[in-house]
Ligand binder design. Structure first.
Ligand SMILES: NC(=O)c1ccc[n+]([C@@H]2O[C@H](COP(=O)([O-])OP(=O)(O)OC[C@H]3O[C@@H](n4cnc5c(N)ncnc54)[C@H](OP(=O)(O)O)[C@@H]3O)[C@@H](O)[C@H]2O)c1
Length: 215
């Protein structure tokens, strides 16, 4: 059974965990306060879920989700992520994360910053474009009319395929935006941002989009 390692047990981390166990995955979930703070969540998630340290979640995960505020990614342990496929849910909120010059100037993307911090992992942007509470309830079987589509971006093709397969099992069509440098197309203040779209609608909203200055 595939195990999903989850860093962050807040809105995104807990809801990806719910969707994952509902679809037959095991999860090891972690946060900044330690495993004992996750007793209630793990009880709710059932036998397929365990709480662990950040290192334990990374080590257990065939896919590892990073679902912590962008301003905290510098605290992630670099060596533990070697060769891991990392799903990055981050978005940039300066009021929360502090101002980041490379994002303000559009020289980089949030996922490129994570990839730079974790140079030996394969970062794939995922889950940044859906409100957390929708994740366990919006999935539909493949082929259903009106199936929701989620975007991904990444520099490693094989890793993107693994993430796309995971999203498909959770009930989502997938649009590959290209490399991490293109992930701005679904970041904050873009037309597609957290909008419920089908694959065709998502393609249209992300194609001729203007990259605005971050405010
Ligand atoms: N909320 C949404 O609907 C949504 C949608 C798309 C994307 N996003 C993006 O996804 C990211 C996470 O958002 P969220 O709403 O899930 O945040 P959140 O509810 O505030 O949860 C953040 C989690 O990160 C943990 N954390 C913080 N620093 C950590 C560290 N160094 N090591 C391990 N765990 C750490 C916190 O641990 P403690 O619990 O111990 O404090 C908490 O569990 C953000 O970039 C956000 O913008 C959010």
């Amino acid at each position: 059974m595939t195990t999903i390692g989850i860093i962050g047990s807040g809105n995104i981390g807990s809801n990806v965990a719910r969707a994952a166990v509902d679809h037959g995955f095991e999860v090891v979930i972690s946060n900044s306060r330690g495993a004992q703070s996750l007793d209630d969540l793990v009880k709710e998630l059932g036998d397929a879920a365990k709480a662990g340290s950040v290192e334990e979640a990374i080590s257990a995960g065939e896919l590892v989700l990073v679902a912590i505020p962008l301003g905290s990614i510098g605290n992630l342990p670099v060596a533990a992520f070697e060769d891991k496929v990392v799903m990055d849910a981050n978005n940039y909120y300066p009021q929360r994360d502090g101002r980041i010059a490379e994002l303000d100037s559009n020289e980089s993307t949030t996922s490129e910053l994570l990839q730079r911090h974790l140079p030996h992992s394969h970062v794939v942007k995922a889950f940044n474009n859906i409100p957390a509470k929708d994740i366990p309830k919006d999935g539909l079987p493949a082929g259903e009319e009106n199936r929701r589509a989620l975007p991904i971006a990444g520099n490693d093709h094989a890793s993107k395929i693994k993430v796309a397969e995971f999203l498909d099992v959770l009930g989502y069509d997938v649009l590959d935006l290209g490399p991490l440098s293109e992930s701005w197309r679904v970041e904050r203040d873009t037309p597609a941002y957290v909008k419920r779209t089908t694959l065709d609608e998502l393609k249209e909203l992300t194609q001729d989009v203007e990259r605005v200055q971050q405010t």
